[in-house]
Design a protein. Structure first.
Length: 73
Protein backbone atom coordinates (compact mmCIF):
# COMPACT_ATOMS: atom_id res chain seq x y z
CA UNK A 1 0.00 0.00 0.00
CA UNK A 2 2.81 2.43 0.85
CA UNK A 3 4.55 1.78 -2.44
CA UNK A 4 1.38 2.34 -4.46
CA UNK A 5 0.46 5.53 -2.56
CA UNK A 6 3.97 6.91 -1.94
CA UNK A 7 2.91 10.21 -3.52
CA UNK A 8 0.00 10.57 -1.05
CA UNK A 9 1.44 9.36 2.26
CA UNK A 10 3.53 12.22 3.57
CA UNK A 11 5.06 10.56 6.62
CA UNK A 12 4.75 7.66 9.01
CA UNK A 13 5.47 8.32 12.68
CA UNK A 14 6.51 5.10 14.38
CA UNK A 15 8.09 4.35 17.69
CA UNK A 16 10.08 2.00 19.84
CA UNK A 17 13.59 2.54 18.73
CA UNK A 18 16.34 3.81 20.99
CA UNK A 19 17.31 6.71 18.73
CA UNK A 20 15.43 9.15 16.52
CA UNK A 21 15.88 8.25 12.89
CA UNK A 22 14.61 8.94 9.38
CA UNK A 23 14.17 5.86 7.20
CA UNK A 24 12.93 5.14 3.72
CA UNK A 25 11.18 2.45 1.76
CA UNK A 26 12.25 1.06 -1.60
CA UNK A 27 9.87 0.26 -4.43
CA UNK A 28 11.78 -2.94 -5.22
CA UNK A 29 12.04 -6.25 -3.38
CA UNK A 30 8.58 -6.00 -1.81
CA UNK A 31 7.32 -9.44 -0.80
CA UNK A 32 4.76 -10.86 -3.26
CA UNK A 33 4.90 -7.80 -5.58
CA UNK A 34 6.56 -7.38 -8.95
CA UNK A 35 9.21 -4.68 -9.05
CA UNK A 36 8.15 -1.59 -11.04
CA UNK A 37 9.94 -0.75 -14.27
CA UNK A 38 11.66 2.22 -12.63
CA UNK A 39 12.97 1.75 -9.09
CA UNK A 40 12.39 4.55 -6.63
CA UNK A 41 12.99 5.13 -2.95
CA UNK A 42 10.69 7.23 -0.85
CA UNK A 43 11.49 8.73 2.52
CA UNK A 44 8.57 8.81 4.87
CA UNK A 45 9.34 7.03 8.12
CA UNK A 46 10.19 9.12 11.15
CA UNK A 47 11.16 6.84 14.04
CA UNK A 48 10.83 8.35 17.50
CA UNK A 49 12.58 6.91 20.55
CA UNK A 50 10.63 4.51 22.71
CA UNK A 51 10.22 5.33 26.38
CA UNK A 52 11.78 2.71 28.60
CA UNK A 53 13.39 2.84 31.99
CA UNK A 54 15.60 -0.13 31.12
CA UNK A 55 17.77 1.74 28.60
CA UNK A 56 18.02 4.87 30.75
CA UNK A 57 16.82 7.32 28.11
CA UNK A 58 13.77 8.78 29.85
CA UNK A 59 12.22 10.93 28.74
CA UNK A 60 12.25 9.52 25.19
CA UNK A 61 10.76 12.46 23.31
CA UNK A 62 11.12 13.71 19.76
CA UNK A 63 9.55 16.85 18.31
CA UNK A 64 9.20 17.70 14.64
CA UNK A 65 7.01 19.93 12.54
CA UNK A 66 5.82 19.78 8.96
CA UNK A 67 6.37 22.87 6.81
CA UNK A 68 2.90 23.83 5.62
CA UNK A 69 4.18 25.30 2.36
CA UNK A 70 6.23 22.29 1.28
CA UNK A 71 4.83 19.43 3.39
CA UNK A 72 8.41 18.55 4.32
CA UNK A 73 9.06 17.51 7.95
Amino acid sequence: MLRDYHDVVIIEAVGHDHLSDLRYHSSNNVLDFNDPLVQFDFHNMFVVPGITAIAGQNPGVAIFEVNEATDIP
